[in-house]
Write a protein that binds this ligand. Structure first.
Ligand SMILES: *[C@@H]1O[C@H](CO)[C@@H](O)[C@H](O)[C@H]1NC(C)=O
Length: 523
């Protein structure tokens, strides 16, 4: 049975492997952090599959602290932003994080970051030497990533076909898929797919808010577009998004509420989940100390380690102290507040093999900020979660985790030692959480193709067919009023009302005429 399945799989993949010729692919990684990790993985996968991959890597933005960069099998073009750009960016970012952690963040703080990205983009596009040498390479395909919109502008400048990667779940960016508001919650609405009447009212109204935000976000790049594209051929970002041949989404229906997709949308959530390796001895020794009680893994993402807040680590430390489990916590030891005594069962580390630890047989719980990569890895290994979402899509991710019973989440503002301890114990003791996430893990693993196979399979497909025109519905070119048939509805409404009015008028005329003739007869 197993052998048969493998044969089937090989039969399915082999024609692709044989047909595909080496393509020259450019991947653009302008953001650091987890965004870089994903682009690194994509580049690796495409290179290992036989393509010739070059990554254009912008350094200086938030690269991961303590991350050991391995040997790369693909080519890298390193590009260092001038120091003052980095400083400005870091300033906006730190301010944004401070406001966020203090619960005071507004859209404007986020918009400031985007404006910085716009400035960085202008600077890059001004470097004609770099842009020309990239252009001369004549890449067959460009892989871009959404958050920063600069990669789209670079791809447009190079005039090459591109595929886009959405590092978050569906719905954070509108790239064209139909999203019926009756059961597809709008991003930021904090609704699930089961909406009651008022939920649907809220979702409907939030939709307009979402559209306005998208427009505003795109406007951060207006200056850049004006400066670098001549009038008449200036791209509109919302159209540029729809120009992507394929959209890869870093999500999966083991996690996301089922929703309609376009034929050129491929979900590849879990790309970072690699086969597990034994964890280093220092971790193994620590885990062994707690025997059958097991251990809890704590990481709050690549962003939070930047911030020095006293309250949060203090409360978390106190909560961990009350657990019989060991706690492995990704936290810079050098940043640890001096006047707080670290609990005896806690081990702080700068960097940890997250995937391998999540796959460790003794893991009991994952305390996470709810970033997409972390959630997908936890699902892959069937580990229940306690989430402390901090920004961006993390709230919506944790909402899905809660709706599906993979765990619970706590607001940062309500993070007190007792609450956290209570929630952690609840998720570890109530077996329903574990069994729900194990069930999701089976859904993830039983997909006929792995995320990496889907990635290379679809890229090969469009390389062989010369693009994805056959996968893009005409809707992508239709104006919204045509798509929603508003013009037709308006026409029918006018026609119906007009006819009714005419009929009424005619009846009135006839009635008056009849009355008139009767009166005449009487007279
Ligand atoms: C891959 O692409 C790079 C950059 O264009 C080029 O220098 C290199 O020769 C290519 N390698 C192969 C094996 O084609």
């Amino acid at each position: 049975m197993r052998g048969q399945r493998v044969l089937l799989l090989v039969g399915f993949l082999l024609p692709g492997l044989l047909l595909s010729e080496t393509a020259k692919i450019l991947t653009l990684s302008l953001m650091g952090g987890s965004h870089f990790l994903l682009m690194d993985r994509i580049s690796q996968i495409l290179q290992d599959h036989g393509h010739n991959v070059t990554m254009f890597l912008q350094r200086g933005n938030l690269l991961l602290s303590g991350f050991k960069e391995g040997e790369k099998s693909y080519n890298v073009i390193n590009w260092l932003l001038p120091e003052d750009f980095n400083k400005e960016f870091k300033k906006s970012f730190d301010f944004f994080m401070e406001e966020t952690l203090g619960g005071r963040s507004t859209f404007e703080h986020y918009f400031n970051i985007l404006e910085q990205l716009g400035l960085q983009c202008s600077h890059l596009l001004r470097r004609h030497d770099i842009m020309n040498s990239l252009k001369n390479e004549n890449f067959d395909l460009v892989v871009v990533e959404t958050f920063d919109y600069c990669p789209f502008l670079v791809a447009e400048k190079l005039g090459r076909p591109f595929v886009s990667f959405l590092p978050t779940s569906f719905g954070t960016v509108d790239f064209g898929p139909p999203s019926p508001l009756s059961y597809v919650p709008v991003f930021h609405s904090l609704l699930t797919d089961r909406m009651d009447f008022w939920g649907r009212v809220k979702n409907f109204l939030m939709f307009f808010n979402f559209c306005m935000r998208q427009r505003r976000i795109h406007s951060a790049f207006d200056k850049t577009i004006k400066e670098h594209f001549p009038e008449g051929s200036r791209p509109v970002l919302s159209h540029l998004l729809k120009k992507a041949e394929l959209w890869f989404v870093n999500s999966d229906f083991a996690f996301e509420f089922a929703r309609p997709l376009l034929p050129n949308t491929v979900y590849v959530g879990g790309l970072l989940a690699k086969p597990i390796k034994p964890v280093p001895q220092e971790f193994e020794n620590f885990i062994a100390k707690f025997g059958d009680s097991g251990f809890v893994l704590v990481t709050l993402g690549s962003m939070v380690s930047v911030i020095q807040s006293q309250e949060v680590p203090k409360e978390m430390n106190a909560a961990f102290a009350s657990l019989p489990q060991g706690v492995i916590w990704k936290y810079k030891a050098s940043h640890w507040p001096k006047d707080i005594k670290l609990a005896a069962n806690v081990k702080l580390v700068d960097w940890l093999p997250q995937n391998d630890l999540l796959g460790h047989p003794h893991i009991r719980l994952f305390v996470t900020h709810g970033g997409m990569n972390s959630v997908m890895e936890a699902i892959q290994h069937g580990v229940p979660m306690v989430g402390i979402p901090i920004l961006g899509d993390q709230y919506e991710n944790m909402l899905r985790v809660e709706a599906r019973n993979f765990g619970v989440s706590i607001r940062l503002k309500q993070l007190k030692a007792e609450t956290l301890a209570l929630k952690m114990k609840q998720v570890m003791e109530d077996k329903r959480y574990k069994s729900a996430v194990v069930a999701a893990s089976i859904i993830r693993r039983s997909h006929p193709l792995t995320p990496a196979q889907r990635l290379v399979g679809w890229i090969d497909h469009i390389l062989q067919t010369g693009g994805a025109a056959h996968l893009k519905p005409h809707a992508l070119q239709q104006p919204w009023y045509e798509q929603y048939l508003l013009d037709v509805l308006l026409f029918l409404l006018v026609a119906t009302l007009g006819t009714a009015w005419l009929c009424g008028k005619l009846l009135g005329l006839v009635a008056r005429w009849l009355c008139g003739s009767r009166k005449l007869k009487k007279a």
